[in-house]
Design a protein around this ligand. Sequence first.
Ligand code: URA
Length: 230
Amino acid sequence: MRLDKYISGCGYASRKEIKRLVRQGVVTVDGETAKKSDMDVSEDSEVRVNGEELCYHEFVYLMLNKPAGFVSATEDKKYPTVTELIGGEYAHFNVFPIGRLDIDTEGLLILSNDGALAHELTSPKKNVYKRYFAVVDKPRGESDIKAFAEGMEFKDFTAKSAKLEITENSREVYIEIAEGKFHQVKRMCERVGKTVTYLKRVSIGGLKLDDSLAPGEVRELTDAELKLLK
Ligand code: URA
């Protein structure tokens, strides 16, 4: 790959800045001063800028605590998007949200530029359970647990068996679903006569939302967290 691609893949600088750094003679490749920003390097090359070694990676995996008011998209004509919450250091990775949360839903959203992972996590065939905390307008009952466990037929899809877990507060429940269809949790709750008044995703598969992330905050997944998803 080109040297400038390698360096920008490390979040270091724009291509124009990289040209300038190369001209200044502060970029080395395997110990030799780089002469051209489009020279060929490999992923294993040792690239340094001002003596600082860079570490190239193709993909980035971010955990966002999505706040209400943002759409799960990279562009939108009407509303702010979740990618606007991602810091400039990740701009060159062109991340996109993996799966969707409604504009008023909060909580765990993964953003990445890894299309294969996106497929793994969103394909209904893969049965990756997503867990939500929901507040509903009426007290839940035992029959709701049964209705969720049996799965539900909708015009456009069949929801597989889902889990409704009760808490001590009769209007607060945890819900686990295998798919991630449009408004799925809200529609399943409507089916048992309840309206969701607050919804937050708390985990995807084995990955839990980091409680220390305030709404709108983002951080990279650790290697251990990434393994939970793959
Ligand atoms: N189900 C919903 O109804 N909304 C979401 O945002 C996610 C799941």
